[in-house]
Write a protein that binds this ligand. Structure first.
Ligand code: ADP
Length: 674
């Protein structure tokens, strides 16, 4: 018991330990942290690379932008300078020229044609009145009154005063068109003779002087310090990623050229790529997470499995029942330690063997093989069967074997599983108990007989006395001289009858106390009752008890006659003893039988003291007695005998007794042998 408790403690301790995370879980966490760290580092490296590429690209873009801006500024300056020179030449040519107007028209027309960025060329006299103009003499609206807006007038005046070319500040015409005017004074011998004015709409300037390919790449704007936009040329109205500003001089006045590059398509590709990298990294993280979960579950399952395995092994090792598994061909595929311990063979010696097994008893090999065949055919008794096996040292032992189908995880019948119990000791103990019980029965019979000895002696005395007196009578007759031997015959016959009677009594006593094995054979219950009455009649006479007996023709029943006699005798004697205090007239013992379809019911009723309620439960307990010299084993033996015959024995109150008390002891016996 202590050992078993220890085993259970070990198992429960093992179960308690199982859920705590072992070092493998920590290792698993580390193993999973490594790829995560790797991915983070890879992501950082890719992002750094992308950032570097982007920075390089930006720098390259900026360098190209500056180069292009410088080129554009130079190109515009060159163009404006060239226009200035042509205008200066015209101004020089117009002085002292008789056909100045014609010349102006010719040259201005030529210049306008070659320089579409010029919207108008005007020729003023020194007072500011238009002498001529191309393409039309009509000035823009604001300029008609007092020669243009104050800005232009101021430029006119400054150019006149300074005596050199002068650009006006930019100003807006109607329709929000910004223009700049170039004033080129005409001097003749130091005298201001007039003014040539070129009108540059700034949008036309950009429109004509900025090549198409430039606007494919950049947005060009003319702005001032206050970020007021005067003109712009662009293909796409898009905010550039970077821009560069450079002074636009001429015309000056804080005007600047601002060039912005378009956000190129590559950018979105780059962004897409970055997004894709992030998405991929997120995907990898997600899959890692799932893998981590799976591995966690797997490791938990492994831990549970190993705990389960340890639990099973502990359970197997602690089993005292031998377990043996065989495949469908009868080959042993598994035995547990208890089986090895019972048989004395090692696992290696048994596993893999086929019939005949090393633990089969050689002299019973045929019966054992037949039993084996029954098991293999699926006909093993469900309640188990007993068989004799042999230990390795040759010792025989009784085994109680239970066979069951071995079903695998897929529900397939793959063999037979047997549990084997060594019942040698149990059988020995049972045999010992049985023998003791028999001995007790025998002793009980001897005791009964001992108690009846005096009445039996008295009973035996009667035939013996009769024999003696008949014998004396015979001798007397023989002594007579005229003796007729025929007269002796009846006396001798009576002697014979009395001798038979005495012999019958002696045989009955002998039969009753004879020690024999219980055996069931068909027996007539009427004869059994009659025999019993023969035994008890002298005692009943002594006690002045009347025995009434109603025995109809009864069918023979399979029973041990001697045992039934013992039961009846015990019940009759108990009944008679119970009536010791009953008035003489009521001392009646009644024996009755009753037959049903399946059983025979025999009852012994007395009109005695009855059974007190407090002792009713103890009646059939061995060694319970209320009598000063009683043994208390009678009823307990009666019950075991009746149960041996598959019947029932019980006691009930005799409610029909005229004395108001009394007991009925009744028992049943099956008519057919079970
Ligand atoms: P014993 O007769 O030696 O006492 P038994 O087992 O035959 O042993 O009886 C046990 C007890 O049952 C008796 O002592 C008695 O008290 C009670 N008993 C048995 N038969 C009767 C009966 N017919 N009436 C009353 N009491 C009974």
């Amino acid at each position: 018991m202590a050992g078993r408790q220890k085993t259970w403690c070990t198992i429960s301790a093992m179960r308690n330990i199982a859920p705590t995370p072992p070092s493998s879980a920590r290792r698993l966490r580390w193993l999973l942290a490594l790829p995560k760290l790797g991915i983070v580092l890879l992501l950082a490296a890719i992002l750094s690379l992308l950032w570097l590429l982007h920075r390089n690209e930006m720098e390259e873009e900026r360098a190209a932008l500056i180069k292009d801006v410088l080129w554009l500024e130079q190109s515009l300056r060159f163009h404006l300078n060239s226009n200035e020179e042509q205008l200066q030449q015209l101004a020089a040519d117009l002085t002292g020229q008789t056909e100045a107007k014609k010349l102006f028209r010719l040259r201005a027309g030529h210049q306008l044609k070659n320089n579409p960025e010029i919207s108008q060329l005007l020729w003023f006299d020194a007072q500011g009145s238009v002498i001529d103009a191309l393409p039309t003499t009509t000035l823009p609206d604001q300029e008609i009154a007092a020669f243009g807006p104050p800005v232009a007038a101021k430029a006119f005046e400054l150019a006149s005063r300074l005596g050199k070319r002068y650009y006006s500040e930019p100003f807006f015409l109607e329709g929000n068109r910004a223009v700049v005017e170039l004033m080129n004074p005409i001097f003749d011998e130091g005298q201001l003779k007039g003014m040539l004015v070129v009108v540059y709409p700034l949008d036309a300037l950009l429109g004509n002087l900025v090549p198409w390919w430039f606007t494919e790449k950049y947005k060009v704007e003319i702005i001032d310090d206050n970020d007021i936009q005067y003109a712009t040329k662009t293909n796409i109205d898009n905010k550039g990623s970077q821009s560069y500003e450079i002074p636009f001089d001429p015309p000056g006045f804080g005007m600047k050229l601002r060039i912005s590059n378009y956000q190129n398509a590559d950018n979105s590709l780059q962004r897409g790529l970055t997004l894709a990298i992030f998405a991929l990294a997120a995907g990898v993280f997600w899959s890692l997470w799932i893998v981590r979960d799976l591995m966690k579950k797997r490791s938990q399952a492994e831990e549970a499995l190993s705990a389960e395995h340890a639990f099973r092994t502990a359970m197997e090792d602690s089993l005292t029942v031998g377990m043996r598994a065989r495949d469908l061909n009868g080959k042993v595929i598994y035995v547990n330690p208890a089986f090895c311990k019972i048989t004395g063979f090692s696992r290696e010696e048994i596993v893999g063997t086929t019939p005949p097994m090393p633990y089969w008893v050689p002299e019973q090999i045929e019966e054992t093989f037949a039993q084996h065949q029954r098991v293999m055919a699926g006909n093993a008794p469900p309640d188990g069967f007993e068989i004799t096996f042999m230990r390795k040292n040759g010792e025989r032992f009784d085994a109680l074997v239970y066979e069951a189908k071995l079903i695998d995880g897929k529900g397939q019948h793959t063999g037979w599983m047997a549990s084997i119990l060594d019942v040698t000791e149990r059988n020995r103990a049972e045999e010992f108990a049985r023998m003791q019980h028999e001995q007790l029965q025998f002793t009980s019979r001897l005791v009964t007989m001992g108690e009846m000895a005096s009445t039996l002696a008295h009973e035996l005395n009667q035939p013996l006395a009769a024999i003696a007196s008949y014998n004396t009578g015979c001798l007397n007759l023989l002594d007579r001289p005229a003796c007729d031997v025929r007269e002796i015959r009846p006396a001798l016959e009576k002697i014979g009858v009395q001798a038979q009677r005495a012999g019958k009594i002696i045989r009955r006593v002998h039969d009753f106390v004879r020690k024999s094995e219980p055996k069931r054979a068909p027996c007539a219950l009427g004869e059994v009752i009659e025999d019993c009455l023969g035994f008890v009649e002298p005692d009943a006479r002594k006690r002045r008890i009347r025995i009434e007996c109603t025995i109809p023709g009864l069918p023979p029943i399979p029973a041990d006659r001697l045992m039934l006699e013992q039961v009846l005798l015990n019940l009759i004697r108990n009944g008679m003893e119970a009536m010791a205090a009953t008035p003489e007239a009521d001392r009646v013992l009644h024996i009755a039988t009753e037959t049903t379809d399946s059983e025979l019911r025999i009852s012994v009723s007395d009109q005695g003291c009855g059974i007190a309620p407090e002792i009713r439960d103890k009646l059939f307990t061995a060694f319970f007695t209320t009598k000063p010299e009683g043994m208390g084993v009678g009823l307990s033996i009666c019950r075991s005998i009746i149960e041996f015959h598959r019947g029932r024995l019980w006691a009930e109150d005799n409610t029909h007794s005229p004395t108001g008390s009394g007991t009925i002891f009744a028992f049943t016996l099956p008519l057919e042998a079970a």
